[in-house]
Design a protein around this ligand. Structure first.
Ligand SMILES: *[C@@H]1O[C@H](CO)[C@@H](O)[C@H](O)[C@H]1NC(C)=O
Ligand SMILES: *[C@@H]1O[C@H](CO)[C@@H](O)[C@H](O)[C@H]1NC(C)=O
Ligand SMILES: *[C@@H]1O[C@H](CO)[C@@H](O)[C@H](O)[C@H]1NC(C)=O
Ligand SMILES: *[C@@H]1O[C@H](CO)[C@@H](O)[C@H](O)[C@H]1NC(C)=O
Length: 303
């Protein structure tokens, strides 16, 4: 027994060391970039959200609304219309058009770049959810199958944009930049709050056919994002231990926030590690099989 646990510990340390060698310690500190590059970085997430919500609600993407915003970038892989109840449909449709406005706001103020290739296939979400839960779900998770699955998939998206905007604002030089990003943050955090409020209403419900509670799914997804980003807890599910609740007094956690109930902030490398689902800003994958666009994301891909 002693031998066995010693072996397991050294195997664990070995894997740990290997990870260290492969990825290095994750960079959690600030990065150098100008306002334009920082704002354009957000376009990656806005494209992701626009395509996910437009296709989910309407069965058609950005090209059907205003193809000039995509600047010739390829259409997303595997995005489809979701089977939604009337309320979730109406909300998704509104979010979808909001994202088109966000894209236009950024492109007209600081210029854009071609839409990156996005993987919005069922298979990609299934892989992400397997990674989050830690087992292979059978049948594979299908984000487009019903409202609760779609909301769980949506839980995985605007929050990443939100924490990115919180992280960006203090680094911006121009008041016009700060004004734009504050306005984007306002709506992005509203979207995240709506999604979380809809999920919390159904938090104790079991997601069919997995027998896993809605709340537990959100905790798994948040845990995965914290692991991928590698910079501590900046992401919390809708039901938490009291130490993570507001003033250590609630287990309900309709909003994800720190010990002073302030929003968490993430840097672009942290965000890339999450949206690539690889834990490395140098290794594209996940929603962005060929990487994100713009100077900030591209500098890590050259490396
Ligand atoms: C499409 O987006 C461009 C910005 O790229 C904007 O100038 C144009 O007015 C938009 N067209 C429509 C029909 O909204
Ligand atoms: C999209 O994601 C799925 C699941 O990970 C993967 O099998 C597929 O190859 C991806 N598509 C592209 C073009 O990367
Ligand atoms: C930005 O600052 C300039 C003066 O420095 C001021 O004229 C302008 O109104 C400000 N714009 C915003 C959006 O606050
Ligand atoms: C909540 O608990 C944490 C430790 O888990 C502590 O650092 C923090 O001060 C507590 N907050 C309040 C308001 O008591």
């Amino acid at each position: 027994m002693a031998f066995r646990s010693k072996f397991l510990i050294s195997a664990f340390l070995f894997i740990f060391a290997l990870n260290g060698l492969v990825y290095g310690a994750p960079n959690c500190g600030p990065i150098e970039a100008d306002d334009r590059d920082r704002i354009q970085f957000a376009l990656n997430l806005e494209f992701l959200e626009a395509e996910f919500f437009l296709n989910g609600a309407l069965g058609q993407g950005l090209d059907s609304i205003n193809s000039s915003l995509a600047q010739g970038g390829p259409p997303p892989i595997g995005a489809q219309k979701a089977i939604l109840d009337p309320l979730v449909y109406r909300i998704t449709e509104e979010f979808a058009y909001q994202e088109v406005g966000h894209l236009r706001a950024i492109v007209t103020r600081v210029g854009g770049f071609p839409r990156p290739l996005l993987n919005l296939s069922r298979e990609n979400f299934a892989t992400l959810f397997d990674q989050a839960v830690g087992i292979r779900l059978k049948p594979p998770f299908n984000p487009y199958a019903n409202s609760i699955n779609y909301l769980l998939a949506a839980y995985a998206i605007p929050y990443v944009g939100l924490v990115g905007y919180v992280g960006t604002i203090p680094s911006l030089n121009l008041n016009t930049s700060r004004s734009l990003v504050a306005k984007l943050l306002a709506v992005e955090s509203g979207q995240d709050a709506v999604i979380r409020a809809l999920l919390i209403q159904r938090s104790e419900e079991l997601v069919s056919p997995y027998g896993i509670k809605v709340a537990t799914f959100t905790n798994y997804i948040s845990r995965l994002r914290n692991t991928l980003a590698g910079c501590g807890i900046k992401d919390e599910g809708i039901k938490v231990p009291r130490e993570l609740g507001a003033e250590n007094r609630t287990t309900s956690n309709v909003l994800s926030a720190d010990t002073e109930s302030l929003g968490y902030a993430r840097t672009p490398p942290e965000i890339l590690r999450i949206i690539y689902a690889s834990g490395s800003e140098n290794r594209p994958g996940g929603f962005f099989p060929k990487g994100a666009n713009g100077n900030i994301a591209r500098r890590y891909l050259g490396a």
